[in-house]
Design a protein around this ligand. Sequence first.
Ligand code: AMP
Ligand code: MG
Length: 553
Amino acid sequence: MALYTARSMHTASAMNDIPRNNPGLAPPLDLCDPLLASRFDNSFVRELPADPLQHDVPRPVRNACYSRAKPSSVVAPKLLAWADAVGDLLGLVRPESATGLAAQVLGGNHVLPGMQPYAARYGGHQFGNWAGQLGDGRALTLVELIGPDGQRRELQLKGAGRTPYSRRGDGRAVLRSSVREFICSEAMHYLGVPTTRALSLVATGESVERDMFYDGNPEEEPGAIVCRVAPSFVRFGNFEILAANEELVELKRLADYVITTHYPELGPPSADVYARWFEEICRRSAVMVAGWMRVGFVHGVMNTDNMSILGLTMDYGPYGWLEGYDLGWTPNTTDAEGRRYCFGRQPEIAQWNLLRLAGALSPLIPDRADLEVGIDTFGRVYGECSRRVMGDKLGLLDFNAEDDALAEDLIEALHGDETDMTLLFRHLADVPIAAVDDSALVAPLRPAFYGDSDGAHLLAWLHRYVDRLRSDNEAPAARRARMNRTNPKYVARNYLAQLAIDALAAGDSSVITRLLAVLERPYDEQPEHEDLAARRPEWARHKAGCSALSCSS
Ligand code: AMP
Ligand code: MG
């Protein structure tokens, strides 16, 4: 499987970007407007088997897809951020007050009439091992909201208190991890990578105790709650837990629900439809991971409980953005030794996860050959995406067999000296193809080099590259435009998210506001925001949150 990039589909991320059919018929409403209740639905709760018990004491749950659970109230919910574009998708207007009723709802203090909150039951393979029951230990779906485009989307609070799946956790989330989830899920959307979204960020006014470095020194940190938004937050693990406990009636009910609700184009569930559904999940997962590889995103915890059944990037934890191009890089300190979830292994791990899903769905798809078709589809689609996108990243008109070697050799050369992935690809578009002089060739790439590198490690490759470009005979401006649509200028660099967190913790929301606005147009030159496109400053190299992150959140 080719290791390099792939194009995420600007058009195929349709689930995140559905055009409105009849905006006139459904005017935007305030979250707390009683009229909004007519757009609420609770299909997951209505159609799937519930845990008969109704208390939040952690316990194994059986023969159920979810447990009813209420958010626990917090002292002083205050709205810190709101994504207008997500509000538009949902038909919601931005709340006027940061501390009004909307903040009470999004902070978990008030459940609106028509909402039937629940925590989903799921299991998962963590770091390659079956971990048994996990479930929404701190997330709660409040309701499904039908947007002006007719699409159903869950509103899910993350950090809203304990549920039967909380195990030893407190059900809460800290501000830093909530800000990171908010920023990154929105940034991914605008990069054209399929993802869950974020509507709001609410400070709870309470502190949460976390041992960030796992070194026995817990500290009090500000708590927060993100309202996440996606058509569904069902994961591979929701199926795995049912299969592992041989709850086959429930397994079929969940599969039928997901197909009829979220894959209606496949038709009514049947043996054949289950197989085509699995294949489609594999295809979507390939597109998603190819998108990650294109933009330099490392998820950090690709456990099967963090893999969306809709092929969306989800559960933003100790993720990171590649700075120096290094296939072995992982942002997750828990993974520092094994590097199971490092950048270069993401395609392989996604496929491993799909094999676990295949195992869980095998009672519905008994013919092994059908499952193999799906797994093969993953490899084929990932390969096609990678090659097409590497062609676009390099600005080649036709990515032919020989170009494979050109791409592989670039990646090899990048390991020579620390070279910023985002800046390198962005500035490749500026390399003068008429130049034969070494210094002219390398000059546009200088912003990408860390330390005192002069780019010598790339010279031999650059000569081959411009030779190859010349053979295309394409007008430089056209090539540059094409490359700039594939190679983002602005990504949610780890240290930028940390600056936004530090400012917000000090009561300053201007940093996150500016960052979010810039990340809405990641492919555009935004000269007034050039500083946000710069390579990571040296002070951030080993600073907590800027380089490596623990799972503590
Ligand atoms: P994650 O590593 O965030 O994907 O979470 C793995 C599992 O741990 C999921 O079941 C989460 O719901 C649960 N979990 C993580 N943090 C907490 C917490 N603070 N309280 C309760 N459950 C948690
Ligand atoms: Mg998770």
